[in-house]
Design a protein around this ligand. Structure first.
Ligand SMILES: Cc1cc2nc3c(=O)[nH]c(=O)nc-3n(C[C@H](O)[C@H](O)[C@H](O)COP(=O)(O)OP(=O)(O)OC[C@H]3O[C@@H](n4cnc5c(N)ncnc54)[C@H](O)[C@@H]3O)c2cc1C
Length: 337
């Protein structure tokens, strides 16, 4: 059996390794645009306070994974799925190839969501969604620091990641103004009391938190970033952190059913029986996306087991409470997810 996986994040690599353990005879190929290895995406939001993060964030090199006879095609883009011939079209730079599959697993994860109002200003701000993004931001920060100037960051979005990054930057000595559209922080994950507790932790550490902000644009003038909002201002760097967007484009173009994520049944199977989806990209029949490491690991391991023994119960989401990595903050009553 030939299994092709698109994506080398927690979903793709956990699945590949588990399947290889359960049945070493399966031919497994991972296709990924990454080059640095399998890394911990959650650690990105602690990427400024830690020295040498570019190395320590790597959980496994691709070479280590290849030693398990899992083939990994790096710096390779999966461009299209030909369901009729069971082929994925690939591009590695200008070299175009294809790979055939018996089973295809979509584990492409998610991109950062950019609010439509900010799309036109894309060149004026950064995102923090991948190791490549972090490396770029760390370089920009070093350039500003070399001018003996602690950078002043505008972070748009007071959700889980925006708060974590704001906290990590002030701990690292930078200035941060956090623009949040709502009237309390992390309103999706925290109770009112915990939001208030988080606000105090961030304010005490030096973050300037602005609520009820409608950011309508981010401009660049003479090296400065101008945030257009009720309480706009001038900054050195703009970072937009407004949630995530599952990468559904390939699936949609191949005619699979797609909503916010790629629609799967409770066996993680898409509307094509030979194609499965796991991780940030998968939308379960209850309409939920389980975009956290714990359930994603569960989905990946469950799918590997299912492919070697179809006689198992469907995947059931675990009860868990997402934890915030804001320095010095622990929620008293995190919401169950
Ligand atoms: C800053 C940050 C902090 C987070 N903190 C936490 C946390 O504390 N706890 C927690 O549980 N979760 C956290 N998360 C969420 C968690 O990291 C994700 O839910 C998880 O990494 C998703 O794993 P995945 O394998 O589905 O996708 P990803 O990790 O996104 O991996 C998908 C891979 O597929 C590749 N790819 C996509 N399309 C193609 C293509 N067409 N061709 C080739 N390759 C492709 C991508 O480059 C990527 O490497 C955080 C996320 C971020 C961004």
């Amino acid at each position: 059996m030939k299994v092709v996986i698109i994506g080398s994040g927690f979903a793709g690599i956990t699945f590949a390794e588990k399947l290889h353990t359960l049945n070493p005879d399966v031919r497994i190929t991972v296709v990924t645009r990454e080059s640095d290895g399998f890394y911990s995406r959650p650690l990105l939001s602690h990427g400024f306070s830690k020295d040498g993060i570019e190395q320590s964030i790597i959980l496994k090199t691709f070479e280590t994974i290849r030693q398990k006879a899992i083939e990994i095609l790096t710096e390779t883009e999966a461009e299209a799925i030909d369901r009729h011939h069971k082929i994925v079209n690939l591009a590695a730079g200008s070299i175009k190839t294809s790979i055939d599959y018996d089973i295809l697993v979509l584990a492409q994860g998610s991109a950062a969501f950019i609010p439509p109002a900010l799309m036109a200003d894309r060149n004026n701000f950064y995102l923090l969604n991948s190791l490549a993004d972090l490396k770029e931001l760390r370089q920009i920060r070093q350039q500003l620091l070399s001018k003996n100037k602690p950078p002043h960051w505008a972070i748009i979005g007071g959700g889980l990641i925006g708060c974590e990054v704001a906290s990590d930057l002030v701990v690292s000595g930078d200035k941060v103004t956090l623009f949040h559209a709502m009237d309390r922080l992390m309103e999706r994950q925290l109770s009112n009391d915990d939001s208030a507790k988080l606000l105090k932790v961030l304010k005490d550490s030096g973050v300037n938190v602005l609520f009820n902000q409608s950011v309508t644009g981010i401009d660049k003038k003479g090296g400065e970033i101008l945030v257009n909002s009720n309480n706009g201002g001038k900054f050195d760097v703009g970072l937009v952190s407004c949630g995530f967007k599952p990468r559904t484009e390939l699936a949609a173009a191949a005619g699979l059913a797609v909503n916010r994520g790629i629609k799967v049944n409770s066996f993680m199977q898409t509307t094509d029986p030979a194609i499965f989806a796991i991780g940030d990209v998968a939308e379960l029949p209850n309409g939920k996306l389980y975009a956290f490491i714990l359930p994603i690991r569960g989905q990946a391991q469950w799918l590997a087991e299912y492919l070697v023994d179809e006689d198992i119960q469907p995947w059931i989401a675990p009860d868990f409470k997402p934890k915030s990595k804001v320095h010095g903050f622990v929620a008293d009553n995190p919401k169950f997810f």
